[in-house]
Design a protein around this ligand. Structure first.
Ligand code: PMP
Length: 287
């Protein structure tokens, strides 16, 4: 079946869908994005991603291109036209197309909107989680506004590639004091030696992960103990368990960091349980 992309008001064959060469997303990475997991053709963590999108846009002073209701219709229609059951829908909004100049274009320049959707290989995702993945560390060389979900992802791209070249699935960024900030496209967690869940607080320069927030809700309802503060690479190596969260990977157990085995080198019971609970709740509440 051929894929379809939404580009500025039109549904187009994915292979032929294009934006202008002077789109500010292309020229300056002057745009934001969101990714929703799709379960049974419906949007998971709908409000969390919508709220963060609104915040990203307003922090960058990019006008909302359409109402939330209209945008939701486009997301759903793109899901439908691509016959996505379990997968992902990707939305990108840029400051639009204008003659190249660093300062903002004239008021009234319409933002560009693109939406794509794809099916996820769910059995492959489950197999990866059952086996656990390797993580490597990378220095966090990003800018000071990682709370905004911009398409300026070059440090993240370089970190993910470094991970791949070392046989790992994810890179965890480390700040100048040796503390883990987050993953290149995920939030980082450990179960520390006292059995407490640890993840960096969102006062730090990290993305406020929507999956992270959903997992925090599950922790509360399951009675897990949480200590919301950063951890060092050494603490991660000495942890009982490690894992990371994102809309595309849900909860993914990590079994080594920079080659050092975590715990017994297998996915731990906490990460495994949280993954099951997250998927169950996200599927149930998808709209
Ligand atoms: N941190 C970064 C840097 C990310 O790119 C992502 C995924 N977009 C996340 C964390 C996880 O966020 P979410 O759970 O909202 O997908």
């Amino acid at each position: 079946m051929s894929r379809v992309a939404y580009v500025n008001g039109q549904y187009q064959p994915h292979g032929q869908a294009t934006v202008h060469i002077e789109d500010r997303g292309f020229q300056f990475a002057d745009g934001v994005y969101e990714v929703w997991a799709v379960f049974d053709g419906r949007l998971a963590d709908y409000e969390g991603h919508m709220t963060r999108l609104g915040r990203s846009l307003s922090e960058l002073r990019i006008p909302a291109p359409m109402t939330k209701e209209a945008l939701t219709r486009v997301l759903r229609e793109t899901i439908r036209r691509n016959r996505v059951r379990d997968g992902l829908v990707y939305l990108q909004i840029t400051r639009g197309t204008a003659r190249r100049d660093h300062a903002f274009p004239a008021e009234g320049t319409p933002p560009s909107v693109i939406v794509t959707a794809k099916n996820l290989n769910y059995p492959r995702s489950e197999a990866q989680a059952a086996k656990g993945v390797a993580v490597v560390t990378q220095p966090d060389i990003r800018w000071g506004r990682c709370d905004i979900k911009t398409v300026g992802l070059l440090p993240n791209v370089l970190a993910k590639q470094a991970a791949k070249e070392r046989g790992a699935a994810e890179a965890w960024f480390v700040d100048e004091t040796g503390l883990v900030t987050e993953g290149s496209s995920t939030n980082a967690w450990i179960v520390d030696q006292d059995g407490k869940l640890r993840t960096r607080d969102t006062q730090a320069n990290i993305l406020r992960g929507v999956t992270r927030a959903a997992v925090l809700d599950i922790l509360a309802s399951e009675g897990f103990e949480l200590d919301e503060r950063p951890f060092s690479v050494d603490e991660a190596k000495a942890a009982r368990e490690a894992f990371y969260t994102s809309a595309s990977g849900f909860v993914t157990p990590a079994i080594s960091i920079d080659g050092a085995k975590i715990g017994d080198g297998k996915p731990g019971p906490v990460a495994t349980r949280l993954r099951a609970r997250y998927i169950e709740a996200a599927r149930r509440d998808a709209i």
